[in-house]
Ligand binder design. Structure first.
Ligand SMILES: Cc1ncc(C[n+]2csc(CCOP(=O)(O)OP(=O)(O)O)c2C)c(N)n1
Ligand SMILES: [Mg+2]
Length: 589
């Protein structure tokens, strides 16, 4: 039975050699059109501006408006006040009480909308506090235009209070970092940053603005059209097509770039034409393939040898929109077993360059998937049904599997999960089944503090979908202030705290790698998540017994306000990212 998604266009046959690619419209790609609309509206408004806009600040607001960045995610300080004064009424300021939260909300907002989000932080103070969100944005290709204030140009040489060297600090993790040489270059720098941020692979840019720049005179900035996709070399894709056509057993590995390139439908259609087994990339930060699809086989493991062993039965493996591969524990081995052909199609030159094996093809995933589908021979085969995970029992304390199986029953089918529950990630993966695009977001960099602010940003971007943030009792502390922003911005996120009183994932890793039991700093007793949430003005309840879980979650879903449910669970960490001793882990004992 084909998967129940809206029909894809019938495969385009290559009738003529000169029509090698599907049209952008055929794959629903509208990057160019959007840019055109932006450019036209901007040119008009630039005309208007000539008479009445005269300062860097005013031109900047025009530029932001024209680029669709009318939400400002921020945390202000003295050096940002000259920009923020008299913020135009069509702009909205989303305050985060810590910069990790402010930039983290922007991250979620940008990921959900596939559009750049604007962030305004405070000097080097904030660049430091918010840096982990920039690192996340770098790795998960989130287009952020981040600005911070700088001291007054006229005294920078004297190294004053709050002077900022943020441009140097953020450089490895942004596509571009600059402090414009002239005040009047600030709006143009923001427009240039936006274009760079939106260019695949998307990512953050950083602009530092001296506080005396905002009132300086400034000419309008006129936008230009620019395209936002790079299509893969057809000759390289033809090699992939030949390998697929001669394959006896094919696996597709699906990655987060499928969602970045809006390639979900094309990838499903390609998998169905080929009847191929489909896996998720290791430590998937997005669910890029419908979880209940008959071809879906789960995730691949994040370590060299176990991953290669898992894929050993396939003679051809095609990675769509992911690195080759994202590893966690070091378990040396082949990247892929000898004899298996490995291909990677990625929108990231970085991922193509860092792949340890195989043939890499750089380009837009949707266009590449449709091209391949239009060229390959269809494959008929009977596909065995995937064995369902056993129904977890109601125990005391509850297992995480039980918690997520109950959540799954109550979740609206278009719900969105923002996940950061390290030791129970596998349980969530097993028991929560969502098929809609854009239904799952998890930290890509491994830096805790992602999920709670991202959940608020996701909810602001999708007011009609329900966002559930599944977060560990340790993880929630890294950006706890997101609770306040959820309340204040009326984002009805449900924060589901997996409360086990410790860093279970670290205990699991300790045992996995035979470090020994004697490690300090991995128990976190005495935290009352309910009281913390209440202190931020949020409705919150604790659940200790299995029979109370469903009513508590039902209550949270029934409310149109943000709320927190803290669930006491058994200690987790029996596996490390799905792996146990059988993979022969490294020994750090
Ligand atoms: C910013 C940051 N600090 C520390 C870590 C190390 N770390 C990884 S998992 C983890 C434990 C998280 O605890 P919790 O959220 O309670 O999840 P559990 O392990 O109990 O499932 C820690 C501290 C990290 N990845 N990022
Ligand atoms: Mg914990």
């Amino acid at each position: 039975m084909p998967f129940q998604w809206p029909e894809c266009a019938a495969p385009v046959q290559r009738a003529r050699q000169d029509t090698m690619y599907p049209s952008a419209a055929a794959i629903g790609y509208n990057g160019w059109l959007r840019a055109e609309v932006t450019a036209n509206s901007k040119i008009e408004s630039a005309g208007r501006r000539l008479e009445n806009v005269s300062t860097v600040r005013e031109v900047t607001y025009e530029v932001l408006r024209d680029l669709g960045m009318t939400k400002i995610f921020g945390n202000p300080g003295s050096s940002e006040l000259p920009f923020l004064k008299d913020m135009p009424p069509d702009f909205q300021y989303v305050l985060g009480l810590h910069e990790r939260t402010a930039a983290g909300m922007a991250l979620g907002y940008a990921l959900a909308r596939l559009e750049a989000a604007f962030v305004n932080l405070h000097s080097i103070a904030s660049a430091g506090n918010g840096l982990s969100a920039l690192i996340d944005a770098h790795y998960c290709h989130a287009p952020l235009v981040v600005t911070t204030g700088q001291q007054d140009r006229r005294q920078i040489m004297a190294e004053p209070f709050l002077v900022s060297r943020a441009v140097e600090v953020v450089k490895p993790y942004v596509k571009w970092a600059c402090e414009p040489l002239r005040p009047e270059d600030v709006p143009a720098a923001i427009a240039r940053g936006y274009r760079l941020a939106m260019q695949p692979p998307r990512g953050p840019v950083f602009i530092s603005v001296p506080m005396d720049d905002w009132n300086r005179p400034c000419e309008p900035v006129v936008a230009r059209k620019f395209s936002q996709s790079v299509w893969a070399d057809p000759a390289a894709l033809d090699e992939v097509v030949r390998a697929i056509d001669s394959s006896r057993k094919l696996a597709l590995i699906t990655g987060s770039q499928i969602e970045e390139d809006r390639a979900g439908r094309e990838v499903v259609a390609l998998a169905e034409r080929l009847n191929a087994d489909v896996y998720a990339e290791p430590i998937a930060s997005r669910w890029a393939f419908p979880r209940s699809h008959r071809l879906f086989r789960g995730g691949v493991l994040p370590a060299q040898k176990p991953l290669a062993d898992q894929l050993a039965a396939y003679d051809t493996v095609v990675v769509l929109g992911a690195p080759v591969f994202l590893y966690y524990a070091y378990v040396p081995g082949n990247v892929i077993v000898p004899g298996t052909k490995l291909f990677q199609i990625t929108n990231s030159t970085q991922d193509a360059a860092t792949a340890l094996a195989g043939t890499s093809v750089v380009g837009n995933i949707a266009a590449a998937a449709q091209y391949i589908r239009s060229c390959v021979k269809p494959v008929e085969r009977s596909v065995p049904a995937r064995t369902k995970a056993p129904e977890p029992k109601a125990e005391h304390p509850m297992t995480c599997g039980y918690v997520f199986s109950v959540l799954n029953k109550l979740l609206p089918r278009d719900a969105i999960i923002s996940e950061e529950c390290p030791s129970s990630k596998g349980d969530l993966d097993r028991y929560v089944e969502l098929d809609e695009p854009g239904s799952f977001y998890s930290v890509r960099s491994g830096i805790l503090g992602f999920a709670m602010p991202a959940a608020v940003g996701l909810q602001l971007a999708h007011p009609n979908r329900r966002v559930v943030c599944a977060v560990g009792d340790g993880s929630m502390q890294y950006s706890i202030q997101a609770l306040w922003s959820a309340v204040q911005s009326k984002a009805p996120v449900i924060f589901l705290v997996i409360c086990n009183g410790n860093y279970s994932a670290l205990k699991g890793f300790r045992d996995f790698t035979k470090v020994g039991k004697n490690v300090p700093g991995i128990d976190i007793p005495g935290i009352d998540a309910v009281k913390i949430a209440q202190g931020y003005g949020m409705t919150a309840r604790a659940v200790d017994r299995a029979e109370d879980l469903e009513p508590a979650l039902k209550c949270a879903f029934a409310s149109r306000e943000a709320s927190l449910v803290s669930v006491n669970v058994q200690e987790g960490g029996q596996k490390t990212m799905g792996m146990d001793q059988s993979v022969n882990p490294p020994n750090y004992g």
